[in-house]
Write a protein that binds this ligand. Structure first.
Ligand code: DCP
Ligand code: MG
Ligand code: MG
Length: 354
């Protein structure tokens, strides 16, 4: 199953401030400070307001929109609560972000308890315990479940039975496939590849031109073939967040702001998963598409945003000092979680200290 809260930040605000329920709500930065929309309530979406849109555009689209500043600590707490509700069903929970997770319920299925019933009960628990709605997709694989959870939002429950994967996927627009962003979607439409079915019928050569080494992965997903297991947090090797810039830049101020934002997202994820890491990594892709990564291993494990930001900015400044390149992609990551690894590091440090 894949479960994802509906209009997460906005719904939490509507829940906690009932005067906002039924109103168009946009959670995010202030329109006068070039803020962007993080989450739009479904009432706001009717006016075309969406995540990642400048808040000034949102206000232009609907002058009645209620702009609310995010309360991250509240969202983190709600996230912690929902992951607990998930883990009451199965320990095999893989959080993808604060508001969504994969659940492997294979072992929970019994003769009288079917996956759709598990999903229905889960939706009811979340509604009664947390006062929020979540949409769930149920299928035999991660990608089909994720797509299914997204297509009947809000408050959706979409079940794709074994054997129905292809008939479910093929009529859908290519944009539902994770990994097909605006750029590749435009290229595909130019080739008259509009549906997942069209995608699945392409020779691998065509897909390689667009997706490079991910072509086979995309083709398999389009054919409903996805064998990836649900991975619980403890097995994870690193957590990172990256973004491709709309316009390549060498501006230190812009790059700093992006590194801070990405560090915050990585911190959210670490806090969410209740883990700390010792190594902070910065990834930069230059305009000429060469990629470099710089990393720094710390004495203490880090988790919160300011700690990650500090190291990531140090790496960024080091890079900027030695180059005046423009950059097209930036990523921040944290790794080095395992206690075995840290024990090893600690021994080494003590050894060096002697
Ligand atoms: N988020 C953000 N910036 C984005 C996208 C999302 O800050 N560009 C935050 C706010 C969202 C939360 O992450 O509430 C969850 O993201 P989702 O993509 O799941 O979006 P929503 O839950 O808001 O809406 P939906 O009902 O489409 O899931
Ligand atoms: Mg959501
Ligand atoms: Mg989500």
């Amino acid at each position: 199953m894949h479960a994802d809260f509906d209009a997460f930040y906005a719904s939490v605000e509507q829940r906690d401030f009932p005067e906002l329920s039924d109103r168009p709500v946009a959670v995010g930065g202030s329109p006068s400070k070039r803020g962007v929309v993080a989450s739009a309530s479904y009432e706001a979406r009717k006016y075309g307001i969406k995540s990642a849109m400048p808040m000034s555009t949102a206000v232009r689209k609907c002058s009645d929109v209620v702009v609310v500043s995010p309360r991250f600590s509240v969202y983190r707490e709600v996230s912690r609560q929902v992951m607990e509700v998930f883990r009451d069903i199965t320990p095999l929970v893989e959080p993808l972000s604060l508001d969504e997770a994969y659940l492997d319920v294979t072992d929970v299925i019994q003769q009288n308890v079917t996956p759709p019933q598990i999903a229905k009960k889960l939706k009811e628990s979340i509604s009664s315990d947390l006062g929020l709605t979540i949409s769930i997709g149920v299928s035999t694989s991660k990608s089909v479940s994720k797509i299914a959870s997204g297509i009947n939002k809000p408050d959706g429950l979409t079940v794709v039975r074994p054997g129905d994967e292809i008939s479910f996927l093929h009529p859908l627009p290519i944009e539902v496939v994770w990994g097909i962003g605006p750029k590749s979607s435009e290229k595909l439409h130019n080739l008259s590849i509009n549906t997942v079915g069209d995608l699945s019928a392409q020779p691998i050569k065509v897909l390689s031109d667009i997706f490079g080494s991910n072509a086979m992965y995309i083709k398999n997903i389009a054919n409903g073939v996805d064998l990836r297991p649900v991975i619980t947090q403890r097995e994870r090797k690193s957590i990172s967040s990256e973004t491709t810039l709309l316009v390549d830049t060498s501006d230190r101020g812009d790059l700093t702001e992006i590194v801070m934002r990405l560090s915050g997202q990585v911190a959210d994820s670490l806090i969410q998963k209740d883990i700390r890491g010792r190594t902070v990594k910065l990834k930069l892709k230059r305009s000429n598409f060469t990629t470099l990564t710089r990393q720094k291993t710390l004495l203490e494990k880090v988790q919160i945003s300011s700690e990650i930001t500090e190291s990531a900015l140090e790496l960024l400044n080091y890079e900027l000092k030695n180059s005046d390149e423009k950059y097209r992609l930036i990523g921040v990551g944290v790794s080095g979680f395992s206690s075995a690894e840290s024990l090893h590091d600690e021994m080494q440090l003590r050894f060096e200290g002697l």
